[in-house]
Design a protein around this ligand. Structure first.
Ligand SMILES: *[C@@H]1O[C@H](CO)[C@@H](O)[C@H](O)[C@H]1NC(C)=O
Ligand SMILES: *[C@@H]1O[C@H](CO)[C@@H](O)[C@H](O)[C@H]1NC(C)=O
Ligand SMILES: *[C@@H]1O[C@H](CO)[C@@H](O)[C@H](O)[C@H]1NC(C)=O
Length: 244
């Protein structure tokens, strides 16, 4: 059966000038403060003074991973954030160089993965620590996956969540048919606008995916969320980090 669907990037389209509401990352809950010390809140400076936000995650003292569709003119990587209205103890590091995947396809959001090199090293602490990436693996679906981010918390909300939210998702076996080189989940709960670029964390607390797109099946039914499948990109990731 063919799967027709419209891909929608989980890009946060709102700026931060309005009020920020609390709530849930579509069906999730507020994360225990600093329980995910690898989480990065990316400020995207778009030029013309506009700021947008994406998620990201820390791989080592120099590199953050995010989605390629989170490209911007420049960035500030905010580390150690829980409530992003309280920014007194965070590390705010600018990005020196961005490495979107060379074959990123902005129409279909294929190869939606990007590495960002920080302009100075992150200082590790209880609130700031890197996450390990899943290895190439045996092709089986990872279990017990969680997505986290500061994206908006319900369909009718137009603002980001103040606090880091998280939600459990169950991956479906789509054999690459929904989207190439991706893990996907389906349901009423999942990542939302502004959660793009954040990690899909599964077994052994390793990062397996990067939040990329959501789509509504044309036949109806629950929303499908897809995550760039990190195990397929290990050579590319190790190459970029190794050369820089
Ligand atoms: C990391 O620690 C060093 C030494 O204390 C300090 O100079 C630097 O500003 C810190 N970096 C950040 C991003 O806070
Ligand atoms: C981070 O630093 C940039 C550049 O100095 C600044 O424009 C931005 O407001 C800072 N963000 C926060 C949350 O402090
Ligand atoms: C979410 O997953 C975690 C880790 O597998 C589990 O401990 C927790 O009970 C799950 N929560 C829900 C609401 O299913």
């Amino acid at each position: 059966m063919f799967f027709h669907c419209k891909l929608v990037a989980l890009i946060l389209v709102m700026t931060l000038d309005g009020q920020v509401y609390t709530g849930e990352i579509y069906g999730g809950h507020v994360a225990a403060p600093h329980s995910r010390p690898y989480m990065v809140l990316l400020e995207q400076h778009m030029g013309n003074g506009k700021i947008k936000h994406c998620g990201g995650f820390l791989l080592n003292a120099d590199f953050v991973m995010t989605a390629a569709h989170c490209q911007a003119k420049s960035y500030s990587a905010l580390l150690g954030v829980h409530n992003f209205k309280q920014t007194n103890e965070i590390q705010n590091i600018s990005v020196e160089e961005m490495f979107p995947h060379k074959e990123y396809d902005p129409t279909e959001y294929i190869n939606d993965i990007m590495l960002l090199k920080l302009s100075s090293k992150a200082n590790f602490s209880t609130n700031v620590r890197p996450i390990a990436l899943a290895g190439q693996g045996d092709g089986s679906l990872p279990k017990s996956c969680i997505v986290s981010g500061w994206g908006r918390a319900s369909i009718d909300q137009s603002h980001m969540s103040n606090w880091l939210m998280e939600v459990n998702v169950t991956l479906i076996d789509h054999k690459g048919q929904i989207k190439k080189n991706s893990y996907c989940s389906q349901g009423e709960t999942g990542p939302a606008n502004g959660d793009s670029g954040g990690p899909l964390v599964c077994e052994d607390e390793k990062a397996y995916g990067v939040v990329s797109t959501s789509s509504k099946p044309s036949s109806g039914g629950a929303v499908i969320y897809c995550y760039t499948k990190i195990p397929e990109y290990r050579d590319w990731i190790d190459g970029v980090i190794g050369h820089h």
